[in-house]
Design a protein around this ligand. Structure first.
Ligand SMILES: NC(=O)c1ccc[n+]([C@@H]2O[C@H](COP(=O)([O-])OP(=O)(O)OC[C@H]3O[C@@H](n4cnc5c(N)ncnc54)[C@H](O)[C@@H]3O)[C@@H](O)[C@H]2O)c1
Ligand SMILES: [Zn+2]
Length: 356
């Protein structure tokens, strides 16, 4: 269990724990109405395990949204409100977000806003959701003009990450989650980076003990950042390592041919090259970083890489402050810093390495 002192909610990380959900909820709230928001795929795999422990005096309602990023929308939010109202779901209810980051963000936003807020439980079932999106309280939906533009902060009663649920994840989703995982090693935790150097293949093969250790460390790191960020607003920025480059890549590929985690892996490669070009990172660390990233295979259409356009997209990124690009970089493995005066030609050159 990990405590976030400022927000004070626990994160349970365990194996085969989905069937303990009802018992856990009972410990936190006497709520009689339980609403599970999920998608058909995750419900088919894990819904029964989550529902099984609830005694008959609890009203358990399961609501589905389509399995896609576009479910993070005002339309789905509205539809869910309508379902909740027509089922007479009251202020004392609990909403369970059962699924990946899409479900966590959408169900979390519904929980933050329905009747001015009802209790939320996060049950993340992807690696990305377990190590990243379920921690920190950011919830929200997309707008036709941009991703994650509408949102709120909503802290859950608790997060319950069942590492066993990751066994059914596609290999591609594991690789995406590992992008974020490696990021924590780069920016904050050198021993964890070294752990990944030893254990990366086990993680790719979904070895349960390895995944559990990974989720444990990453949750603790994200919790630490979120907690300290309350005092130092810039700290969350460190989590953007590889992301400013990555967002430009996602945009280049129209948010379809490249998954977010894959874009982050490529973005971290560019960030390493950039730091190296600027003389901010030694050659040995850059090579070591690159060697770990190269062990997570990412397939992308290299002929589409256009450093000029990517650099333009990067200046449009939302992390741009007063017209200036700011970059999170590392100056050694495990230590991040923010570069305020970015060198545009070095950025172009850093994107260039993705062509080779
Ligand atoms: N709130 C935050 O702080 C935060 C942080 C990072 C990302 N996000 C958001 O998270 C979303 C991405 O989340 P994601 O990568 O989890 O994608 P996702 O939610 O789309 O899940 C990926 C796929 O895996 C399936 N799936 C989920 N659990 C499974 C399981 N156990 N077995 C088999 N299949 C399973 C899903 O149905 C989906 O098809 C994005 O919308 C992103 O904006 C939010
Ligand atoms: Zn990310």
């Amino acid at each position: 269990m990990v405590q976030l002192p400022a927000e004070a909610y626990p994160v349970h990380i365990a194996v085969n724990s989905l069937r303990d959900t009802a018992e856990l909820i009972r410990q936190y709230t006497p709520a009689r109405q339980i609403v599970i928001i999920t998608n058909p795929l995750v419900d088919g795999l894990y819904g029964d395990r989550v529902r099984q422990g609830f005694t008959p005096e609890r009203q358990v309602l399961t609501l589905h949204v389509p399995d896609c990023e576009t479910s993070k929308s005002a339309e789905q939010t509205q539809r869910l409100y309508t379902e909740l109202i027509s089922h007479k779901i009251e202020r004392g209810a609990v909403i369970i977000a059962l699924g990946g980051g899409v479900i966590g963000d959408l169900a979390g936003f519904v929980a933050a806003t329905y009747l001015r807020g009802v209790a939320l439980v996060q049950i993340p079932t992807t690696l990305l959701a377990q190590v990243d999106s379920s921690i920190g309280g950011k919830v929200g939906v997309n707008h036709p003009l941009g991703k994650n533009l509408i949102g709120a902060f909503k802290q859950p009663l608790f997060v319950s990450a069942d590492v066993s649920a990751l066994q059914t994840l596609d290999d591609a989703e594991i690789r995406c989650g590992l992008g974020e995982v490696i990021k924590y090693g780069f920016i904050l935790n050198r021993p964890f980076f070294e752990f990944l150097e030893v254990n990366l293949e086990k993680a790719l093969l979904k070895d349960e003990a390895t995944l559990q250790e990974i989720v444990r460390v990453c949750v603790a790191e994200k919790a630490r950042v979120v907690e300290q960020d309350e005092k130092e607003a810039w700290l969350r920025m460190a989590l953007n390592f590889g992301h400013t480059f990555g967002h430009a890549l996602e945009r280049l590929y129209n948010f379809s041919q490249l998954k977010h985690g894959e874009a982050v892996i490529l973005g971290m490669k560019s960030a390493l090259v950039y730091a190296r070009l600027r003389g901010m990172l030694d050659a040995a660390s850059a090579e070591r970083g690159m060697a770990l990233l190269n062990r997570v295979p990412v397939v992308y259409d290299k002929s589409m890489i256009n450093p000029e356009r990517l650099t333009e997209f990067m200046s449009l990124d939302k992390k741009v402050k007063s017209g200036k690009v700011r970059l999170v970089l590392i100056n050694e493995i495990g230590k991040n810093f923010i570069e305020e005066s970015v060198d545009i030609s070095a950025i172009k050159e850093s994107f260039g390495i993705l062509v080779n």
